[in-house]
Structure formats: C-alpha cells, structure tokens
Ligand binder design. Sequence first.
Ligand SMILES: [Zn+2]
Length: 389
Amino acid sequence: MDHPRSTRPTPPRRGPLGHRVFSLGELLGIRIGVDSSWPLIFALLCLAFTQSFEARHADWSAALCWSVGVTASGVFFASVLLHELGHSLTSRAVGLPVVAITLFLFGGVAQLSGEPSRPRDAFMIAVAGPAVSLFLGLCFLLAWLLLPADLLAGTVSSFCVQLGVLNLLIAGFNAVPGFPLDGGHVLRALLWGATGDFERATRIAAGVGAVFARLLIITGLALVFLAGWYAMGAWQVLIGWFLLRAARASTTQTVLRAALERLRVEDVMSAELVTTEGYTSVADALEGPLADAARSSVFVVEGGELIGVLGPAEIARQPPGRRPFVSLRSAMTPRSRMVGVSAREKVLDALLLMGELAVDELCVFADGAPVGEIRRGQVQAAAQARGGR
Ligand SMILES: [Zn+2]
C-alpha cells in the first residue's frame, strides 16, 4: 500500500567500513555478504600465499604454487566464515536471531539483531567464534602431523600447516580482551555479570581495546620506519586504526543506550499537540502538516477536543483518488481506539511502540487527558545531548 514513507528507496547495505556490501546468498537462513574491499583483499591474500609457497618450495612449478595459493585463500575465507557462523549459531541458540554475516578487510562480522540480555548469553556468543578457529587450527595441524609428508608432492602438508597456524592466529588475535575483539566481549560479559553494570563494563572493555589498538599502531609504525617491514607495518597500523575507531563507537553507542534507559517521556515531549481540524480532507493534511518529512501522523480535533489520530495505516486505507473528498473525521482512528503513551513511561518503550505502529510521533496522556506529543526526532536529539559527552 502507498503511504508517504513507503515510496522512499531503501539505502544499499553498508559494511563495517561503510563500504557497500555485495550479497553472496544465504546460508542456514543467514545472509552472507562481502564488503566492496574484498576482491582486492582476496587478490592480495592469493599473492601472499603463493609467494610463501614459492619461497619454501623451489621444486614447485609456478602454476602449482598459484593453485595451492588460491585454494588456501579460499579455505582461509571459509575459516573466517565458520568463525562468524560460530557466533551466529550460538546467538540464535540463545534466542537472538542473526541478520547477516559480512566478510571484510581482515575478517568478518556477524550482525546480531540486538544486544544479548544476559551476561551468560553474551559470554557464550563471544567465546564461540575463537573456539571454532581454535578447533579448525588444531584440525589442520593434526592433519599435517598425521598425513604423509610427501602426499601430492608435499602440497597437502604445506597447505595444512599454513592454515593451521593462521586459524590459531585468528583465535589468538580475537582473544585479546579489548573491544571490539571477541576477547573484549568476553571481558565485558564477565564484568557485567560480576557488577551488574553494563555501561561500566563496556567502558572498561572499550578502554582496554583502545590501548591495544594504539599499541598496534605504534608497533606498526616502528616496523615501517625502524625495521623497514613496510607491508606488515602498514597492515598493522590499518588494523589498529580500525579497532580504535570501533572501540570508540561502541562506547558512544552504549552511553546513548544508557541515556535512553533513564529518560522518561515527560523529559523530552513537547507540551503542545500539533492538531488539525476534523473537517480537513486527507489530501489537504498530506500537503499540510504531513508534508513535513519528520511527521507521519496528525492528531484530529473538533471544537478544541481531541477526537482521533490519522497516521500511515489510516492513510493507506484511502485510495489516492478519494483523498481530496474524505475528511480526517471519517478516515481517522477514533480517540477510544487511539494508542498513546503516558508521560511517566520510559522513552525506550515509546520508541518501541512507534516502531510497531510505524509512526514518528505519539500522543502523550496524563490521567486520560492529552498533554502533548513525543516525536522520534526529539528522542534522538535528547539522547545525544545527554549521552554525547
Ligand atoms: Zn569473532
């Protein structure tokens, strides 16, 4: 149906770096995508693998080095995907559905549909990824130990040892107890469980994450300028910079959430209800108060009394050709069936209700009488003002 909002195009999906995400399809009901940086990263990885095989196996032909290199890159990304699936499937098992997995620059990220509500769930979800990598690493190393060294001209054993070590590195790197790495999530879950203070636990985990990120940047710069290891140093600086940004973002987000938790509807509402007379036509309301992109409903009055509300759902019931001839009074939901919020309610609950009703404002009632309205935009502004220290 056409209500004013549904005509806006949905923006393309964005990855963790803000790049576009290209879809690879679905696996176990989870959308799998790759960041637009991925083809370049994959090419570099193929090159790095191939060169390392060339350096260690002078007897291998160039074609053999390349085929083992490309296969190893593919299996490496599959390992990263399995790591993310470990987080995702655990998350789903504790009742928190997963939206998508995106592979990017130096790994992947699983987008959960929300934050886990219990420290124990958060701990399980965070631990699952490194556990998968650790398991994969040990499997590859076991295969390297057990399979004959000369199998397929030594390619199998060389391949297994490389991927075994890399998976152990992924497990080890992610176990660092700083946000946004998995170990940071583990640390936060433990502190949260011990103190019951989610906000403080996040600040501490993000603080450790920021220290680790700075260490990576400093040692990366040292590698470039003192040791002349340009590629490795630059790579490390890039990862450090990314982690630092993510650590800061997670603190801001948590502080915003905590600020919202404390806010009541009366703290942010405006005391004036924006109203329109009942005899106005739906078409006139769409060109009048509803022409404002930040508004999706109007409160209808007659003789100074609130008599109902007209929002996207009510508008959608009126075919466009009829809108100039239908009054708000006959198209609205009457006051007796109107959904509003009380001034004492939490802002977070009001936001949830707005989401359910697909509206951007709600009427605020106190003792059954309308006392004003709360708008989505006001909530964001208030939360930022209080949270953005
Ligand atoms: Zn992980």
